[in-house]
Design a protein around this ligand. Structure first.
Ligand code: SAH
Length: 480
């Protein structure tokens, strides 16, 4: 067996990046785009000591789970890894992914997982779910201006204006912008030279309001003939906000800091679970609002709120979970490290007239211990003096529920330790990476105070290998 050999393998499993896994005489190969159930021919591209990589050359026998993907470019594009897998099987794959991580990295037994894990909650319509798209602008080999998507792991642009994950309006908007840029000979930005003007096209849609946003990211402060572009774009039904974003840096970061409004409002609006949000070009906002609501409803159900509870929402972003839970809690405290996100969180609370929330800027692993330890003395002093407000401090130190929704790297142990000391009745862990989730759950249950009672995945990104997961932990030692 050597590099460039052609091999035939039956795909019996799929890895965490969606690659098919098949064995040749017991030696495993990872083959991108091969699906579980396929028999494929592949060319060996890399051989390691205990495994190898192959490039799919031919599907010899098609998997029963293989479907005709909607996007003809799905194999080239870096966005979707498993679009050719039936949606039902995608959900099964995602349930399995969470399960494997909890088994291997979390130390939970199969029997335990069978009893506590529920299947991943999927979408009815797993296409056109994304409310945000960022299309890079460049030139093809002939020098024609193009827009589309980056090919997997590169910055080569594959021309495509009609991604089937995005809003159906995107294609029409992109055609108008491309026509305009070509007609007025506006040059595309070139990453290698730092020359050229137009870098990216950001499109957003408020699915619940139908409002559309266009923001052109440019390497400069002005777009020649911009009034003509505005004239063409504002004809599109739903168009609400048109702007420029200035990014003159030689960087992979798409957006710059400065937004120049061109027409309409500086933001669009959308709602998730009855809460309204204002979204500007620079705001963070969940990209799949329908499934975000499913995710938050699951978190709410696991939190078991009756209206009387004190809740911490750690890693709260723009406060979406905090505001959602505040509708059913006495008080919610959110913590987030990005100051701009906390500003948005306060604004969103005001916009919805929600008063029973407070937000704190800082790292969860610093803010939470700060409240738990640092404020202890203060609480006791206040209690001696019989000051009002001490009740609030006690409730902050001993909340009923703590919700966490950390980034992929999971929680800091300092944060987990403080959570355990605060002794809430329930901990709800919302995770976008089941590997770090498994690690943190293992840590949380290791002291014997908490047990995992429910585990449920939510599919926010159909067609891709990503999956969110919500876990409910309950306190075993009850206060007398
Ligand atoms: N709960 C939010 C956002 C979750 S994403 C929502 O549902 O929309 C994770 C968030 O954690 C990001 O906003 C990120 O800025 C923040 N974050 C990252 N590290 C952090 C830390 N150490 N402490 C607090 N927040 C952190």
């Amino acid at each position: 067996m050597k590099k460039n050999d052609l091999i035939t393998v039956k795909i019996e499993d799929m890895g965490s990046e969606g690659e098919g896994i098949g064995k040749l005489d017991g030696f495993p190969f990872f083959i991108k785009d091969a699906l579980i159930g396929d028999v494929v021919e592949a060319r060996i591209i890399k051989l390691k000591k205990n495994y190898g990589y192959g490039r799919l050359t031919q599907v010899l026998t098609s998997s029963p789970y293989r479907v005709e993907p909607r996007c003809p470019l799905h194999r080239k594009c870096g966005g979707c890894q498993i679009q050719a897998l039936s949606y039902e099987k995608q959900l099964e794959y995602k349930t399995q992914k969470i399960r494997n991580n909890l088994l291997r990295l979390g130390g939970f037994s199969l029997q335990f997982l069978d009893a506590h894990m529920e299947p991943v909650l999927g979408m009815e319509q797993p296409y056109h779910y994304r409310n945000k798209a960022q299309f890079p602008v460049g030139t093809d080999k002939e020098g024609n201006l193009i827009t589309g998507f980056y090919a997997g792991r590169t910055h080569d642009i594959i021309p495509n204006t009609d991604c089937c994950l995005g809003a159906p309006e995107n294609a029409g908007i992109l055609e108008i912008i491309l026509d305009f840029l070509k007609a007025y000979e506006c040059p595309a930005y070139n990453e290698a030279t730092g020359q050229g003007l137009v870098r990216h096209i950001l499109l957003r849609k408020g699915f619940s309001t139908g409002q559309l946003m266009v923001c052109l990211v440019i390497n400069g402060h002005d777009l020649p003939h911009r009034e003509e572009l505005v004239r063409r774009l504002r004809e599109i039904p739903g168009m609400t906000s048109i702007s420029l974003n200035v990014n003159e840096k030689n960087t992979n970061v798409i957006m710059g800091e400065k937004v120049i409004p061109l027409w309409g409002q500086p933001y669009i609006q959308d709602t998730i679970g009855g809460i309204c949000y204002q979204i500007s070009p620079l705001s963070f906002y969940q990209v799949n609002p329908a499934q975000t609501e499913v995710l938050y409803r699951t978190a709410l159900e696991f939190a078991g709120l009756t209206g009387q509870e004190t809740v911490w929402d750690l890693y709260c972003g723009i406060g979406t979970i905090s505001l959602f839970l505040a509708q059913k809690a006495r008080m919610v405290y959110g913590v987030e490290v990005v100051p701009q996100a906390i500003e948005d969180a306060w604004e969103n609370a005001g916009l919805n007239g929600i008063r029973n929330v407070r937000f704190f800027t800082g790292k969860a692993e610093e803010v939470l211990p700060g409240f738990y330890k640092g404020k202890t003395g203060e609480v006791e002093r206040k209690m001696q003096r019989g000051a009002e407000g001490s009740g609030m401090d006690i409730q902050m130190r001993h909340p009923d529920v703590i919700v966490v929704d950390p980034p992929r790297k999971g929680c800091d142990t300092q944060c987990l330790d403080t959570m355990i000391r605060m002794a809430p009745e329930r901990i709800v862990y919302v995770s976008c990476d089941s590997a770090t989730l498994a690690r943190d759950l293992k840590y949380l249950v290791s002291g014997g105070e908490y047990e995992v009672v429910r585990v449920r995945g939510v599919d926010m990104f159909p067609g891709t290998v990503h999956v969110e997961c919500v876990v409910k932990l309950s306190r075993k030692i009850k206060d007398s």
